[in-house]
Design a protein around this ligand. Structure first.
Ligand SMILES: Nc1ncnc2c1ncn2[C@@H]1O[C@H](COP(=O)(O)OP(=O)(O)OP(=O)(O)O)[C@@H](O)[C@H]1O
Ligand SMILES: [Mg+2]
Length: 321
């Protein structure tokens, strides 16, 4: 049984079963993207007040009651181990990259790749898409494209190299072009609909690029707090999709020059601690010698830091010697 099904099985109750939620409030919740008890259980009091206009006390009761019904308190280590057994690893096609990632890109988690232009972030997004569809013939993947760099032609090359039916592959990819950061956030919040209402078996969500719109729209010192707040909410939505439905979430991020750093790597990723903290795995990508790419795992809950070297080829990626 997939984690999505486990979650759905727990949700016999509906929004209307929560204290203080009548038809009108349920409708407000629905239209703001809260379709089930899980979404209420993991939201904050402030969010619920904003969306429904209920009092703080009612919002708190709604959350507590949703949490109670979902048994969201403490769990034993065994419970967590059992849930970890549902985690799948998505292969990159490069043995050393997979090893670096402990077998591949994990489901139920957010993996962030950050690096300079041309370092291979978008290539990895396309490749993971094809591999996710290859591993599960019922799977759908979602690609939120903020830079207009999704290329069906590239998908075709990877799919053909993997011996797959190109039309079938393309028809199982749902691509959305995000025009600004608000649109991007809205799209991410709609993914739950695809899963819980339309019954899509979403195995992979790519957000390429996670930060470009935020970076372009919020310029100057005074806007930083607002930007970080919005990014935080966005990361929250992505984390929710990952953990509630056991989806592998892959996000890309740019780097900016750090002029005050003379030693070590003079770059830093966009989005600061908010993005870094919300990502379960973080990979720094850079161009290596002779057209190779170097991936460095810099943050992972249960894996050692390390590096691997690969090449981007027409049909996929492979280890570089
Ligand atoms: N068909 C192909 N065959 C071989 N290599 C390719 C092919 N298509 C793209 N590449 C390689 O991938 C590189 C582009 O990488 P990618 O688009 O993933 O960069 P990125 O990290 O997403 O950059 P940006 O920050 O600009 O979005 C190209 O420069 C080329 O080296
Ligand atoms: Mg790119």
């Amino acid at each position: 049984m997939t984690e999505a099904k486990v979650v759905l099985k727990m949700e016999k109750l509906t929004l209307m079963d929560l204290p203080g939620v009548g038809a009108a409030t349920a409708e407000k919740l629905e239209s703001a993207g809260y379709h089930d008890l899980m979404s209420v259980a993991v939201s904050s009091v402030g969010e619920l007040i904003e969306v429904t206009g209920v009092s703080e006390a009612v919002a708190r009761k709604m959350i507590n009651s949703a949490r109670d019904s979902m048994k969201m308190g403490f769990e034993t280590g065994m419970d967590i181990l059992r849930r970890r057994e549902l985690v799948t690893k998505l292969s990159t096609g490069s043995a050393s990259f997979d090893t670096l990632m402990g077998g591949g890109f994990e489901s139920g988690a957010i993996t962030e790749c950050f690096g300079e232009f041309g370092s291979g972030k978008t290539q990895i997004g396309h490749l993971l898409t094809v591999n996710a569809l290859k591993e599960d013939s019922t799977a759908t993947t979602v690609y939120i494209d903020t830079e207009n760099t999704f290329r069906p032609e590239r998908i075709k090359q990877f799919a053909e190299a993997a011996g797959m039916d190109v039309e079938d592959v393309l028809s199982r990819i749902m691509v959305a072009r995000a025009y600004n950061s608000d649109h991007q956030m809205l799209l991410a919040e709609k993914i739950e609909d695809l899963i819980s209402k339309q019954g899509k078996n979403v195995r992979l969500l790519v957000v390429d690029s996670l930060t470009a719109h935020f970076r372009a729209e919020f310029i100057g010192r005074g806007t930083l707090a607002e930007r970080q707040q919005k990014l935080n909410r966005h990361m929250h939505a992505l984390a929710k999709v990952a953990s509630a439905y056991n989806v592998c979430v892959y996000v890309t991020n740019q780097v900016m020059a750090k002029p005050d750093q003379f030693f070590g790597d003079p770059t830093t990723s966009i989005g600061g601690h908010i993005v870094a903290h919300a990502s379960t795995f973080r990979i720094y990508l850079r161009k290596g010698k002779k057209g190779t790419r170097v991936a460095k795992l810099i943050d992972a809950p249960n894996l050692p830091d390390g590096e691997c070297c690969f090449e981007v080829l027409e049909g996929g990626i492979k280890d570089a010697n």
